[in-house]
Write a protein that binds this ligand. Structure first.
Ligand SMILES: [Zn+2]
Length: 55
């Protein structure tokens, strides 16, 4: 892996990878937090990188 790997637990692939797109994090609904804590899946960004496949 390269040093540009910034994958969060909720990401299906690293940002910028082929056939990926940003989506609203389903865990926190885009709020970036779950309860009182930062969302563990998106790292608090509210967005996750998902593999979208062939367009
Ligand atoms: Zn989240």
């Amino acid at each position: 892996m390269s040093d540009t790997d910034r994958k969060n637990p909720g990401d299906e692939d690293v940002p910028g990878a082929k056939q990926t797109g940003e989506n609203v994090c389903p865990t926190c609904d885009g709020s970036g937090s779950v309860g009182q804590k930062p969302c563990p899946d998106c790292g608090g960004s509210g967005r996750v990188t998902v593999i979208v496949g062939d367009a």
